[in-house]
Design a protein around this ligand. Structure first.
Ligand SMILES: [Zn+2]
Ligand SMILES: [Zn+2]
Length: 234
């Protein structure tokens, strides 16, 4: 992927209904495309953290970078977001579609400690009650062991990521705490001995932790959330 300076690309971006192709090496790039205009309209800058792209790389597509960090054009929102901010957002707030809020008492006492696929009906949705997370919260409490923030309610949610696979379409409970500003903080389970150091996925090696501390701790939360989804253990 060949590198081009900002000056070699930016001045040639146009707003036009018609395709305005310009040659970069082997590639002909449409300089009036929506993506090119998102780069220009956002002044090459990540709208979350303010880092500004310092070069383009052109292949059959055009990519904007600041050093090694890609700054991505988000088509649906017409904004630029850097890779790091996208990652951070995914880690601190996975995307869920919410059905309804439930109290702690409506969920915790019905935790099932078994591998058997036991389900309980809540407002027409059959929820799997043997999730390791509910097991951790019901035996080890609802407080983050790092910062002490406490889970206050459960929300019945499902992943908002579009995926043709049906298992993403299943509701589960997520436990939330509220921070000082009243913002929701997702509570997760943390591996005491990290999985990377062969820590087990058993209850004795798990503890409650909020997702902010989990991210600070540098554990692979996104990965474990994904794995959790994949195993259906929500
Ligand atoms: Zn950023
Ligand atoms: Zn915490």
């Amino acid at each position: 992927m060949k590198k081009y300076s900002i000056e070699e690309v930016l001045p040639y971006i146009t707003k036009s209904e018609n395709k305005n192709r310009m040659r970069f090496g082997r590639y002909k790039i449409n300089m009036s495309s929506k993506i090119m205009n998102i780069f220009k309209d956002n002044d090459l800058t990540c709208q979350k953290c303010g880092i500004k792209g310092d070069h383009f790389r052109i292949y059959n597509t055009v990519k904007l970078f600041k050093d090694k960090i890609q700054i991505i054009a988000i088509n649906s929102k017409n904004i630029l977001e850097c890779q790091e901010c996208r990652k951070k957002e995914r880690m601190t707030r996975p995307y869920y579609i919410r059905f309804k809020i439930y109290t702690i008492k409506e969920v915790i006492p019905f935790t099932v400690f078994s591998k058997e696929d036991t389900r309980k009906e809540y407002d027409g949705n059959l929820i799997r009650m043997n999730s390791l997370r509910y097991q951790v919260f019901s035996t080890k409490g609802l407080k983050c062991i790092e910062c002490g923030i406490e889970g206050k309610f459960f929300a019945m949610e499902k992943s908002a990521r579009s995926n043709n696979n049906n298992k993403y379409d299943i509701y589960h409970f997520n436990l939330y705490a509220l921070d000082e500003q009243g913002r929701e903080v997702l509570m997760t389970k943390d591996h005491i001995i990290p999985k990377s150091k062969n820590g087990s996925n058993k209850l004795e090696n798990l503890q409650p932790m909020c997702c902010i501390c989990n991210v600070k701790k540098g554990s692979d939360l996104t990965l474990s959330l994904l794995k959790e989804e994949d195993s259906g253990y929500f």
